[in-house]
Design a protein. Structure first.
Length: 357
């Protein structure tokens, strides 16, 4: 008796077992009750056939809705799949999936902060290329004054001056870490103007802004950790992200471009391969002093740029419900044919009986 109590207690505590039993019990009560009514009124064979026809008909409708709306029991969604990792020391990255995929070396491209200084307006330059030394000095001085003299984090004036100098230097070099991908998200007009003036080009690649590159960068970081290139996500920073392939994006948002782009996508039956290259670089190891905010992640210029080449996997989100819909329709059609054949035999038997009478 006590063993049974333990078993029931374990089932009640385990959510997975309890959920599975709830589904089984619900199906048994709901579907079983319908089958029982049909079986007692029409017979076991006919009642079972009617129950199966109703069940597969409902499954066909439900799976069709899942397929159309991409919800319910669905497959895997689209994702970026790592193709290979290329250490780009001095030139284009040779990609095994194609002959040569030319990713511009970052040394041949202008730095993002230089583009800000050349094409950015006064507000953008003040936001990205200005260090408020007075504000940094006031913040660190107030923080140090708020500490008790006996606090080990409290420093004297000389050490405070060194700490302020380091903070100002970090803030000055932080703007130099701005990548083209980040600038494309903050000020896309600057990238467009620099491209039109010929200051930089990406061949047949497209620079992806930081807002759109989030999923690809996350996948690239997972690939680097999985292959053991880095031990932690804090050991590297993302530099630039490039994309090539896939279906063409809309040129603008006017009516004709939206219409023509929709027609093009419908006419393109196969999806062209969509490549993304996420560039990362190792960071400089820094030691944070007690009581000081952690220093920003700074790329180590002595380390090579690492290209993570990825291909877009469109997934099979609608494939499982579509297969269920097709299978349910075939089973429903078979049940309907069996019911039709039974009705025909019954009608013929009635005609023979009427003729004999």
């Amino acid at each position: 008796m006590l063993e049974l109590v333990d078993v029931l207690g374990g089932i009640a505590w385990d959510n997975e077992i309890r959920g599975a039993l709830t589904v089984v019990l619900g199906c048994t009560v709901l579907m079983g009750s319908v089958w029982l009514i049909l079986a007692t009124n029409t017979g076991v064979r006919l009642g079972s056939l009617l129950a199966f026809a109703g069940f597969f008909g409902w499954m066909f409708i439900m799976a069709t809705i899942w397929t159309v709306y991409g919800t319910g029991y669905v497959g895997s969604g689209p994702s970026w799949v790592g193709e290979e990792v290329v250490f780009d020391d001095a030139g284009p990255a040779e990609i095994a999936t194609e002959k040569v995929v030319q990713v511009n070396n970052n040394d041949a491209l202008p730095r993002a902060i230089e583009l800000v200084r050349t094409y950015g307006d006064a507000d953008l330059q003040a936001e990205l290329d200005f260090v408020d030394e007075a504000d940094i000095t006031a913040v660190l001085t107030d923080a140090n004054s708020a500490l008790a003299p006996a606090d080990p984090r409290h420093v004297d004036d000389a050490a405070l001056a060194d700490r302020i100098a380091v903070a100002i230097d970090d803030a000055s070099r932080k703007s130099e870490q701005l990548s083209l991908t980040q600038l494309a998200a903050l000020a896309p007009s600057v990238i467009d103007e620099a491209t039109v003036n010929g200051d930089m080009h990406f061949d047949d690649w497209r620079l992806v802004d930081a807002a759109a590159a989030g999923e690809a960068q996350t996948s690239a970081g997972a690939v680097l950790l999985e292959q053991g290139v880095f031990g932690d996500t804090g050991d590297f920073i993302f530099v630039n992200t490039y994309q090539r392939g896939g279906k063409n994006a809309r040129a603008s948002n006017d009516v004709w471009d939206r219409f023509s782009n929709r027609i093009y996508k419908l006419a393109t039956l196969r999806h062209p391969t969509n490549y993304t290259v996420v560039q990362v670089q190792a960071v400089v190891e820094k030691v944070t002093a007690p009581g000081v905010a952690p220093a920003f992640a700074e790329a180590d210029s002595a380390q090579p740029i690492i290209n993570v080449v990825m291909i877009r996997d469109l997934g099979n989100r609608r494939q499982p419900p579509m297969l269920i819909a097709i299978g349910s329709f075939l089973a429903f059609a078979a049940c309907c044919l069996a019911l039709h054949a039974r009705d025909r035999r019954f009608a013929e038997a009635q005609e023979i009986y009427a003729a004999g009478a």
